[in-house]
Write a protein that binds this ligand. Structure first.
Ligand SMILES: Nc1ncnc2c1ncn2[C@@H]1O[C@H](COP(=O)(O)OP(=O)(O)OP(=O)(O)O)[C@@H](O)[C@H]1O
Length: 444
């Protein structure tokens, strides 16, 4: 950078401090250097990863910053150092020129394997599945928009594709548009740069059903939120179906326009939770069949007891087993599974010990850890203690006597605790919710 460029860029970075988070500025903006060419601003990133992120998220901000600090409204071109060398001499760039419509109409394809039939239902996802099925049967009528939220790998995308596939099965001519929020952002930025926003708008605003995955990616991207807001309104006015997924309850998303949050609540918001043991077993058996893998229920239970956080990991464990079978030509016994999955299992073992179960439970109920070991039997201590014992039984490999010893009780007390909590989880909503919250906290 020349000295004037350096000064202007330093002022831009200061300006951006007021617009972006401190972390974004230090991670993505400070490593950049800038060269001003007569017709554009050439931004050089230290590597591809930074380049891609800056292209996706910060081009407009940089353009605005440069306008504010230098008075010139220049298009911004981002490249790595190697590419920059050829671009600055060449006078044209591979990304310049009008954007072809295909660049943003080539959206994510619906995966034909993600259907309602291949989605295993359990307590953790039955409400979400039912809502999706309803939307697939009566799009744009009730539950509009439908927002599915939950942690990674729990089936949100699967359900979204299932809606899309079902809509297309009913009417092959329906304009079902599926796009990841990240892809939308990239496309919109490209459309802005190439003065092509009208086509972008009409493409999305003429969908019969718009499915946008991972909308948490919109957080902090004000210009994209604005565009999405108008697309949303147009589609809702035309009674077109909108389906969205998000990694958390949308009201908890920082840096998302309140107008969008309030619009999301017009329809239905449903969660997908980590599957319980029985559902994990059912998923493993169904996926094993899909992978043509012979898996006994006993081994499926063994794997499901150990791998609890999400379905993607369950699939990963099956792929491992399948590879092991191919290489070693063995059938899958518990011993074989234990050996093939040893590092995954060790990860979970490290994660959940009786000690951290006791710590998590005592924090949850706001009691002291030593009270879980005390002989006192009043309800406010006995219930958390029983829950902690059941969690230790479910989440660790310790025997009843070992769990008993950790709580300074005998094994019959542990057995009684496990039975009591299993029953209460059926009958008492409070216990069920507490147990599931704790399970979730301990499973990630
Ligand atoms: N209940 C289920 N039945 C069958 N397969 C499932 C189920 N839940 C998830 N899966 C499978 O798990 C994998 C991960 O699911 P998916 O991609 O839908 O998760 P996600 O919630 O969208 O995750 P992310 O937020 O990381 O994108 C997929 O292969 C999907 O088919």
């Amino acid at each position: 950078m020349s000295i004037p460029e350096f000064d202007t860029w330093a002022r831009c970075v200061d300006w951006l401090e007021g617009e972006l988070s401190g972390q974004d500025v230090s991670t993505w903006i400070r490593p950049l250097s800038v060269k001003r060419l007569p017709d554009r601003l050439l931004v050089t990133a230290p590597n591809r990863m930074v380049m891609e992120r800056v292209r996706a998220d910060f081009v407009l901000s940089i353009q605005r910053a440069w306008l504010a600090c230098d008075g010139a409204d220049l298009p911004v071109e981002v490249s790595t150092a190697t590419e920059a060398r050829s671009l600055s001499g060449a006078g044209s760039s591979p990304t310049s020129g009008p954007i072809e419509p295909e660049r943003w109409t080539q959206n994510g394809k619906l995966d034909p394997r993600y259907t309602f039939d291949s989605f295993i239902q359990g307590k953790s996802n039955s409400q979400a599945r039912a809502a999706c099925q309803h939307v697939a049967e009566s799009p744009g009528v009730a539950y509009n928009p439908l927002l599915i939220y939950g942690a990674s790998g729990l089936g949100k995308t699967h359900l979204m594709h299932a809606i899309g596939n079902a809509l297309l099965a009913r009417s092959a001519r329906a304009r079902v548009v599926y796009v990841g929020a990240e892809q939308w952002v990239n496309q919109f930025v490209a459309a802005l740069r190439h003065n092509n926003t009208e086509e972008f708008k009409s493409f999305y605003r003429s969908a019969d059903a718009l499915l946008i995955d991972d909308i948490h990616f919109f957080a902090g991207k004000a210009v994209n939120q604005e565009e999405f807001f108008h697309t949303f309104n147009t589609l809702m006015d035309g009674r077109k179906q909108i389906v969205l997924t998000c990694d958390r309850f949308p009201k908890e998303l920082d840096r998302l326009d309140d107008r969008l949050k309030s619009r999301f609540s017009w329809g239905l918001t449903v969660s997908v939770e980590p599957p319980d043991l029985e559902t994990r077993v059912a998923i493993l058996l169904a996926k094993a069949e899909q992978f043509h893998l012979s898996l006994s229920t006993e081994v499926a239970f063994f794997v499901a007891q150990h791998i609890r956080s999400n379905v993607r990991e369950l699939e990963g464990s099956l792929l491992r087993l399948a590879a092991g079978v191919r290489l070693q030509g063995e059938t899958i016994s518990i011993e074989f599974a234990r050996h093939s999955l040893r590092d995954m299992l060790a990860h979970y073992e490290r994660l959940v010990t009786i000690d951290n179960i006791m710590g998590t439970v005592s924090k949850y109920y706001n009691i002291q850890m030593k009270e879980l070991r005390s002989p006192r039997r009043n309800r406010s201590l006995a219930r958390p203690r029983q829950i902690a014992m059941s969690l230790a039984r479910e989440l660790t490999q310790h025997s009843l006597p070992e769990i008993g010893a950790a709580f300074e009780k005998d094994h019959t007390t542990v057995l009684h605790a496990c039975r009591t909590i299993a029953k209460l989880r059926e009958e008492d909503q409070r216990v069920r919710e507490d147990y599931e919250n704790l399970l979730r906290q301990l499973s990630f």
